[in-house]
Design a protein around this ligand. Structure first.
Ligand code: SF4
Length: 354
């Protein structure tokens, strides 16, 4: 029988909970020896062990395919290290930095793009955090600080409040954006105290939820998100395009609509990063573009995320969604265009009048 609220961290826990059969013990142990393993009770309860294609199980239960690293995959697939001037800071774009106060998560995703560093039990020491804040203080071009990790919402509210309050003392920092999976994988953590910890006078706080399937938005998860939004914190979402989880228009559309119903604006649909042992997750880019095309016009504009790719090597994100506009002739100042509607129909668009 599954234990009530315990996070499952060992292969034996998964077997005892009936989530994987005994025969897979060696496989799960081999993967868990290489990459972090944890499933909260909320996630475990969502899994249907009788369904071999269960989209929740696929995201969180180890699979032997993770042990195959493809030649193009990298331990640092989005190039964080190349832009890390001090421990815990990634300064890739001019006006914003990532601040990673913690490297642990409530639940570990099998496709994690930081899988070589998460789950190491490392959090920034007090001195490292002070140095990271000093870096932000010394760079007046930093307008936005993105708290990520790991998952920053595993921190105690008091610790989180200290970080947010420290950021609020930096005159040029106006926005704090928190990226988290906690509202769906452990919604009880989203207490009124935690929500209060996210806010500070002089800062606008945004919370970006990571969710990949509509089933993650359980009634408890929806209530947790409502606590955040009702407190005046706008929510956005990011999802990863995952083969066998959300790579069809009906499933993805259901997720995007569910997010908007929770007052969460879909922000990013990430093409899978080249993290080690994740090739089995990635679709082709054309498949992702076809999905975006299928959703355009059939779902409200509120439901449309930006389909993005983090360029390997640390060059940042670029939108890779389909293009609907094609130049069909004319010189620069008399260019004519053809534009595609959501049914695939093509229409001429005239040149600018001079
Ligand atoms: S919550 Fe984010 S950082 Fe943590 S395992 Fe999942 S993808 Fe990685």
């Amino acid at each position: 029988m599954r234990s009530a609220r315990k996070t499952l961290r060992r292969p034996d826990d998964l077997i005892a909970a009936g989530l994987v059969p005994q025969e897979r013990r060696a496989e799960i142990e081999a993967v868990a020896a290489r990459y972090a393993l944890a499933l909260t009770a909320d996630v475990a309860e969502l899994i249907d062990p009788a369904d071999p294609r269960d989209p929740i199980a696929r995201q969180f239960i180890p699979d032997a395919a993770e042990l195959d690293t493809a030649p193009q995959e990298s331990a640092d697939p989005i190039g964080d290290d190349a832009h890390s001037p001090v421990e815990g800071i990634v300064h890739r774009y001019p006006d914003r930095v990532l601040l990673k106060p913690v490297h642990v998560c409530a639940t570990y995703c099998r496709f994690c793009f930081r899988r070589e560093v998460v789950g190491q039990g490392r959090a920034l020491s007090r001195a490292q955090l002070d140095a990271a804040l000093d870096y932000v203080r010394a760079h007046p071009e930093i307008w936005e600080v993105i708290l990520t990790g790991g998952d920053p919402l595993v921190l105690a509210p008091r610790r989180l409040a200290e970080i947010v309050a420290a950021l609020a003392t930096i005159e040029h920092v106006k926005i704090v954006r928190v990226h988290s999976r906690v509202p769906v994988v452990e919604p009880a953590r989203v207490t009124p105290a935690l929500v209060r910890a996210l806010k500070a006078k002089g800062l606008a706080t945004y919370l970006v939820l990571h969710a990949n399937h509509a089933r993650e938005l359980t009634p408890k998860a929806r209530a947790a998100c409502a606590r955040v939004v009702d407190a005046g914190i706008p929510m956005l979402s990011q999802s990863v395009l995952l083969r066998g989880v959300n790579d069809d228009a009906a499933t993805l559309g259901e997720l995007l609509r569910a997010l908007v119903e929770c007052r969460i604006k879909p922000y990013y649909l990430h093409h899978g990063d080249l993290a080690p042992g994740t090739a089995h997750w990635r679709t082709g880019i054309e498949a992702g573009q076809d999905l975006m095309r299928a959703l355009r016009g059939r779902l409200s504009g509120l439901c449309q995320p930006s389909y993005v790719l983090d360029i390997p090597g640390g060059y940042g994100k670029s939108p890779i969604g389909p293009s609907y506009l094609r130049r069909v002739g004319g010189a620069d100042d008399t260019a004519r265009y053809e534009i595609e509607d959501f049914n695939g129909g093509r229409h001429a668009y005239p040149p600018a009048v001079r």
